[in-house]
Design a protein around this ligand. Structure first.
Ligand code: GLN
Length: 472
């Protein structure tokens, strides 16, 4: 836990270099089995840990967390380091600048360590869409760690690092957190700067933490959040809600329609969690989110449309991979993109381009945006009545590697419970729920900027249902 690490570092029981070395040793020993890292930025991390050690020794620590290592998903850039979004098209791309979240972590002395594996350009739910390797779930090496932040989740679950950053567009923090027995937050849209996060779907993308405890997620979220002049979609800090801290006055909603088609163990976990929360809060009430059932089609139209525009910049000229075989400019674009992008990324560019094309815009993209606002409205109505909504994070526990790769629609359906909060922009926290077998994630959603309340509820759940650690 971060508070213990911070205590040990401050009390000089351990140095940042020793801490980093223990991470690196664990990675060297086990990552050939897990394959969480695409590469390990040893030299840079060691230099940072040494500096941090000097600061602590001289009583100049930047924060209580100076010297704590944190893992970084391969779509968040750091100056001078390679970032590839697990794609061949960004082959060898070295970033000329750092993401705002990285600068904020460095300003507090955190030692950032990349590059954690992911689905290519964050498109996927199992990390199998990485162009380079398939990450394994530390609870069962035949199963997927979830995605797209599967490398971040696996690295934390197996104990390589205490915390990691992921990104969530439609569930990519919450779903891998659920599959790997971790807590993970998709913050309110606009609370965390996207400057330096390689864009997938700009109206949905948010950066957030994955950790063993809700408290650690909270520490990292508070470290990275806040207005950023470099991202005009970040909100002024004054927008954040002040919560009175009174759990006993909260009302929690649930929608039984969302339980259809869930695996029996997820359903049982949900019911136990709801029964438990009932004993702690003012009331538990049924709410109705009727448009959630359109979440998947709406999400896959909005996200692919935005992706098709965002990924146009990878043209073989400006970044990374360039074909060797082009005879003219058009061929340069076409072949570079054909060679550089994987199958899922191509599928989404095609889908998005189609949905945005002039003859189909109203029928697809326009319709999807209209239903998106209905999904938001459902939440607004529900939050008139309740303060938070409980639902599972995923329809089933971790599925087997290879189980869903042949049918993209099956893979898309694993996001059914996460895309709603993304489309509405509201915060959602996944926290391990009760389970006798593989980890199961429970999701708490709240009004915009209600993260503090979600953390408090999440801490109650994790205390009541302690999560087993993965053992290799
Ligand atoms: N699994 C979803 C997708 O494939 C969500 C991905 C994400 O949140 N980055 O788009």
């Amino acid at each position: 836990m971060l508070s213990e690490l911070s205590h040990d570092l401050t009390a000089k029981k351990i140095t940042p270099v020793e801490l980093l070395n223990s991470s690196l040793q664990a990675i060297d020993k086990h990552d050939s089995k897990i394959q969480a890292f695409l590469s390990v930025e040893r030299k840079e991390a060691m230099a940072a840990a040494e500096k941090s050690g000097e600061r602590i020794a001289q009583g100049r620590a930047l924060s209580p967390f100076d010297g704590v290592p944190i893992g970084i998903k391969d779509n968040i850039v750091t100056e001078g380091r390679i970032t590839q979004c697990a794609s061949k098209i960004l082959d060898g791309f070295v970033s000329p600048y750092s993401a705002t979240v990285i600068e904020r972590l460095h300003a507090l002395g955190f030692v950032t360590l990349g590059r954690l594996n992911m689905d290519e350009f964050a498109m996927g739910s199992s990390t199998e869409n990485s162009a380079f390797q398939v990450t394994k779930n530390p609870f069962d090496l035949e199963r997927a760690p979830g995605g797209s932040s599967g490398g971040s989740a696996a690295a934390v679950a197996v104990g390589f690092l205490p915390v990691a950053l992921g990104s969530d567009t439609g569930g990519s923090i919450r779903q891998p957190a659920a599959f790997c027995g971790l807590a993970g937050l998709k913050p309110t849209y606009g609370t965390v700067s996207r400057y330096g996060l390689v864009a997938f779907a700009s109206s949905l993308d948010q950066i957030g933490p994955l950790a063993h405890t809700v408290g650690d997620v909270e520490i990292i979220h508070n470290a990275i959040k806040g207005h950023d002049a470099k991202d005009s979609t970040t909100v002024p800090n004054e927008a954040y809600l002040k919560w009175d801290g009174k759990i006993e006055t909260l009302r929690i909603g649930f929608d039984t329609a969302l339980l259809e088609g869930l695996s029996s163990e997820v359903r049982a976990s949900f019911e136990k969690t709801l029964d438990f929360l009932k004993t702690r809060v003012k009331s538990v009430e049924a709410v109705s989110l009727p448009n959630q059932r359109y979440g998947i089609p709406v999400y896959y139209l909005v996200a692919t449309s935005e992706a098709s525009a965002n990924l146009a910049r990878f043209d073989g000229v400006r970044y990374g991979h360039r074909t060797r075989d082009a005879k003219n400019l058009n061929e340069l674009y076409e072949l570079s993109r054909t060679e550089g992008f994987g199958a899922e990324v191509k599928r989404r560019i095609l889908l998005g381009t189609y949905a945005l094309s002039s003859g189909y815009y109203d029928a697809f993209y326009g319709k999807a945006q209209a239903v998106r606002s209905l999904i938001q409205k459902d939440y607004n109505n529900a939050f008139q009545k309740v303060d938070a909504i409980l639902m599972p994070a995923t329809p089933s526990p971790a599925f087997k590697i290879g189980e869903k790769t042949k049918d993209p629609v099956q893979m898309y359906l694993s996001d059914a419970l996460t895309v709603g909060a993304s489309l509405a922009g509201i915060p959602a926290l996944s926290v391990p729920g009760p389970s006798d077998g593989l980890p199961i994630g429970m999701q708490l959603q709240g009004r915009n900027f209600s993260e503090d309340m979600l953390f408090a509820l999440g801490k109650l759940v994790e205390k009541e249902f302690p999560q087993k650690r993965a053992v290799l």
